[in-house]
Design a protein around this ligand. Structure first.
Ligand code: NAD
Ligand code: UDP
Length: 319
C-alpha cells in the first residue's frame, strides 16, 4: 500500500451506487473502506474487490457509533434503503439511517477532519410543483405519507449536513440524485428499471402503475458517479442536482423495454402508489456551471448494457 494514497469511507458500499462509487475511487487511487450492514445490499456487488489491498469491508450498521482507526480524507454517506418498496418495508431503518446514520457519519468526518458528501435525492422535491426542478425549489413533500419516511429522512440529512458545515466549518457536499440505473441494481427492488426488464425477460406482464403518464428522467450509473466524484473534488457546499434531463413517461419507458427485448409481454395497469411524483426532471444548469458536468451516456446505450447485465443475471441468452 502506498502511503500517499488518500482514504475514503463509503457507507452503503455493498449497494448499487456505493459499489460503483467504490470502484471509481479505487480507480482514482484512493484506499476505500466500505461500510454496510447488507440491509438492502449484497456482497456480490463487491466480490470483485476481494483481495484488493486497497479495499476493506466492514459489516456495520451506521446508525450505531462508527469507530475507525487511522486517517480518513473523505466520507461518502450512501447507506439507506433507496427503492420505494424497500423504504416502505423498512420505514424505521430508513428514518434512522437518514438521521442517526447521517449524524454518526458527520461526526466521523469531523473527528477525522475529512470532507463529507451526502447522497441526497430528487425525492426532496416530493411531487414537484416546479418543473424542471432547480436546487432552489423547496419541494412539495407529504411528511406523514408512506414516502415521508424517505423524503423527510433525506431532508433532515441535508439540514444536518448544512448545520455541520455552517456551525463546525466542515467541508460538506450534497448531491441530489435523480433516478439512476445500471448493472448491480437488485432485480427484485421494485424500481421501474429492474421491474420492467425482469418482467419482459421472463414473459410476465409489465406492471405500469397508474396510467403510466407520470414521468421520470433516467441517468446511467457511470454518468452519476462521475458527477459525484467531481462534486467531491469541488469547493461547492450547497445541494447539486445530478441527473439526466431526458424525460419520458413510465408508459414510454415500458414501450422501450418491450421493443428492446422483443418480448410479447403485455402491459398491466396497477394502482398508482400514494404520493408517487407525477413529473420529475432535473435542471442541471448548476452542475454544468460548478462541476463542468453533464451526462454522456444516451439512454439507448445505457439501457442495452443494463439489459445485458440482467440477461446474464437471469441466465437468459441474448436472442
Ligand atoms: P441500495 O439499496 O442498492 O444501497 C444502499 C446500501 O445501504 C445497501 O447496501 C444497504 O445494505 C446499505 N444500508 C442501508 N442501511 C444501512 C445501515 N443502517 N448501515 C449500513 N449500511 C446500510 O441503494 P442505492 O440505489 O445504491 O442508493 C444509494 C444511496 O443513493 C442511498 O442513500 C439513496 O437514497 C441514494 N439515491 C439513490 C438513487 C438511485 O436512483 N439509485 C436516487 C436517489 C438517491
Ligand atoms: N413504476 C411502475 N411500475 C413498477 C415500478 C414503478 O409503473 O413496477 C413507476 C412508479 O410508480 C414511478 C416510476 O415508475 O412512477 C419510477 O418508480 P421507481 O420505483 O423506479 O422510482 P421513484 O422515482 O418512484 O422513486
Amino acid at each position: 500500500m502506498s502511503a500517499a494514497k488518500k482514504n475514503a469511507v463509503v457507507t452503503g458500499a455493498a449497494g448499487f451506487l456505493g459499489s460503483h462509487l467504490s470502484d471509481r475511487l479505487l480507480a482514482e487511487g484512493f484506499r476505500v473502506i466500505g461500510i454496510d450492514n447488507l440491509l438492502t445490499g449484497n456482497v456480490r456487488n463487491i466480490e470483485h474487490l476481494a483481495g484488493n489491498a486497497d479495499f476493506h469491508f466492514i459489516h456495520h450498521d451506521v446508525t450505531n457509533y462508527i469507530y475507525l482507526p487511522g486517517e480518513v480524507d473523505l466520507v461518502f454517506h450512501f447507506a439507506s434503503p433507496a427503492s420505494p418498496i424497500d423504504y416502505l418495508q423498512l420505514p424505521i431503518q430508513t428514518l434512522k439511517v437518514g438521521s442517526l446514520g447521517t449524524h454518526n457519519t458527520l461526526g466521523l468526518a469531523k473527528a477525522k477532519g475529512a470532507t463529507y458528501l451526502l447522497a441526497s435525492t430528487s425525492e426532496c422535491y416530493g411531487d414537484p410543483l416546479e418543473h424542471p426542478q432547480k436546487e432552489t425549489y423547496w419541494g412539495n413533500v407529504n411528511p406523514i405519507g408512506p414516502r415521508g419516511v424517505y423524503d423527510e429522512a433525506k431532508r433532515f440529512a441535508e439540514a444536518m449536513t448544512m448545520a455541520y458545515h455552517r456551525f463546525h466549518g466542515l467541508d460538506t457536499k450534497i448531491v441530489r440524485i435523480f433516478n439512476t440505473y445500471g448493472p448491480r441494481m437488485r432485480l427484485e427492488d421494485g424500481r421501474v428499471v429492474p421491474a420492467f426488464i425482469g418482467q419482459a425477460l421472463q414473459g410476465q406482464p409489465l406492471t405500469v402503475f397508474g396510467d403510466g403518464s407520470q414521468t421520470r428522467s433516467f441517468t446511467y450509473v457511470s454518468d452519476l458517479i462521475d458527477g459525484i466524484f467531481r462534486l467531491s473534488q469541488s469547493d461547492y457546499h450547497e445541494p447539486v442536482n445530478i441527473g439526466n434531463p431526458r424525460e419520458m413517461s413510465v408508459m414510454q419507458f415500458a414501450e422501450h423495454i418491450l421493443a428492446l427485448t422483443g418480448s410479447d409481454s403485455q402491459v398491466e395497469l396497477k394502482p398508482l402508489p400514494t404520493d408517487d411524483p407525477k413529473i420529475r426532471q432535473p435542471d442541471i444548469s448548476l452542475a454544468r456551471q460548478v462541476l463542468g458536468w453533464e451526462p454522456r451516456v444516451p439512454f439507448e446505450e445505457g439501457i442495452v448494457t443494463t439489459l445485458a447485465y440482467f440477461r446474464d443475471f437471469l441466465s437468459i441468452p441474448a436472442c
